[in-house]
Ligand binder design. Structure first.
Ligand SMILES: Cc1cc2nc3c(=O)[nH]c(=O)nc-3n(C[C@H](O)[C@H](O)[C@H](O)COP(=O)(O)OP(=O)(O)OC[C@H]3O[C@@H](n4cnc5c(N)ncnc54)[C@H](O)[C@@H]3O)c2cc1C
Length: 413
């Protein structure tokens, strides 16, 4: 029934690739249009995983094996002296962006993937949709899937009032080789997520696959992410390069001003346990990104569908943005499978994914409560202020009410 239907997919990152594979499997013809001309660069270092992510990769026909993830056994909260304040067992696993991207990309034929195609605008045309690209190219399909990320060109055209909202804090991230990690961390905490909560801030560090996605002990890497409040003026300063050029809400890593990198290393020495401070000090090229929330009130506009970060962006504390994009794609394929009434199928997709998106964004916000710069004593706490207690953050870290932790067992099946 879906034979002959054609989906135009804008964005060839993880959300677009999941959508392409899963729609092909229900009989649709797909074409992915990706703005970047070359191979997509890694979007960062570590990646939280879920069972849903792996199940959807399997369903998409992506190659999988146990080397995809580094298993972890739990969480620890370390104070500024390096003492364990709180520990919690929890089996889960970390991976990397490329370890998810490459198998998905391999599952899509060259004929279905068009790189260097920047969408400029979409044009509804009854039960068809026309896409216009830079340089004048045009494509037409039965459906257009906007998987073009948080700054989605498609969403900005069709829902111009919807935009990412700055959460009031930034993430500094970095990575180093396992052998360079201070021995005290390697011996005591390397298989866990190590959290720290210096006054009004939050950081976590964890093992991830190493060079060439190597997960053998000794060959892995160690990844940290440090959330720090910054008002909008401070954010502007952080994202301005040495020539005074302002880069928006993130900045290409080599353009981060050296004095800012020196400053975070100095601050780390004052705020973290010495071994964690050493991890930050030894990171040559940290990455910097503003944290945002995005909620779209609609996911379907005629024959245009929003998916992944184009639809909802939850704060990274949920560690499940990629899983959400995978589940969006799976829900779309399920709704469309064998369905003659495409509009009815899209309405079902929208109902289901609006609910999930709202819940995961709300949870990300809750987990970030202690980063809002307010100084409240526990006696003043109400509602989500319970998340000012790091124990509560650790208990609900990720989105355990919405997705499941990945264990090594899930990779064997
Ligand atoms: C600091 C940080 C840490 C994170 N950690 C995790 C984690 O641990 N686990 C996790 O699951 N998620 C994590 N995420 C979230 C995750 O990175 C995103 O949810 C995920 O990348 C969304 O995928 P996407 O395909 O929807 O969008 P994107 O990956 O943003 O891809 C959008 C694609 O569209 C292309 N594009 C854009 N505009 C156009 C256009 N006009 N025409 C054609 N192509 C276009 C872009 O080039 C890009 O390839 C994290 C995010 C951040 C910021």
């Amino acid at each position: 029934m879906n034979r002959g239907k054609h989906a135009l997919i804008v964005g060839g990152s993880l959300g677009g690739l999941f959508a392409a594979s899963l729609l092909r499997r229900i009989g649709w013809t797909v074409t992915v249009f990706e703005r970047s001309a070359g191979a997509l660069a890694s979007r960062g270092a570590g990646l939280g995983t879920t069972r849903e992510l792996v199940e959807t990769m399997r369903r998409a026909g992506a190659r999988l094996d146990v080397s995809m993830a580094v298993p972890m056994t739990g969480y620890v909260w370390l104070d500024a002296a390096g003492k364990v304040v709180h520990a919690q067992e929890r089996l889960n696993a970390s991976s990397t962006w490329s370890r998810v991207y490459l198998p998905l990309r391999e599952a899509i034929s060259e004929a279905d993937y068009r790189a260097g195609m920047a969408l400029e605008r979409v044009e509804p045309n009854g039960d068809r949709v026309i896409a216009h690209f830079a340089g004048g190219a045009v494509a037409e399909g039965d459906l257009l899937i906007a998987a073009d990320g948080s700054l989605s060109t498609v969403r900005r055209q069709l829902l111009p009032a919807v935009a990412p909202r700055y959460a009031g804090y930034v993430a500094w991230r970095g990575i180093m080789e396992e052998r360079e990690v201070p021995p005290a961390i390697r011996q005591a905490h390397f298989d866990k997520i190590a959290f720290s909560f210096p006054d009004g801030e939050m950081s976590l560090a964890m093992p991830v696959p190493g060079q060439g996605d190597d997960t053998r002990p000794g060959h892995r890497r160690y990844y940290f992410i440090w959330y720090r409040p910054a008002d909008t003026a401070a954010l502007r300063g952080l994202c301005t390069d040495a020539d005074g050029v302002h880069h928006g809400i993130s900045i290409p890593p080599p353009l981060i001003r050296p004095e800012l990198i020196r400053a975070i290393k100095r601050d780390a020495a004052e705020r973290f346990a010495p071994d964690l401070a050493a991890v930050i000090a030894r990171t040559e090229q940290p990455l910097l990104q503003a944290i945002t929330d995005l909620e779209s009130p609609r996911l379907v506009i005629g024959r245009v569908v929003l998916l992944g970060d184009a639809a909802f962006v939850a704060r990274p504390h949920v560690a499940a943005g990629v899983s959400k994009a995978a589940l969006d794609a799976a829900a779309l394929a399920d709704a469309l499978a064998g369905e003659a009434d495409i509009d009815g199928a899209l309405a079902r997709y929208e109902r289901e994914r609006l609910d999930f998106g709202r819940r995961i964004v709300a949870h990300g916000r809750r987990l970030g409560t202690l980063l809002d710069g307010k100084k409240l004593s526990p006696a003043q706490w109400t509602g989500d202020d319970a998340y000012r207690d790091p124990r509560r953050v650790l208990r609900d870290y990720g989105a355990p009410h919405l997705v499941h932790d990945l264990t090594a067992q899930d990779l064997v099946a």
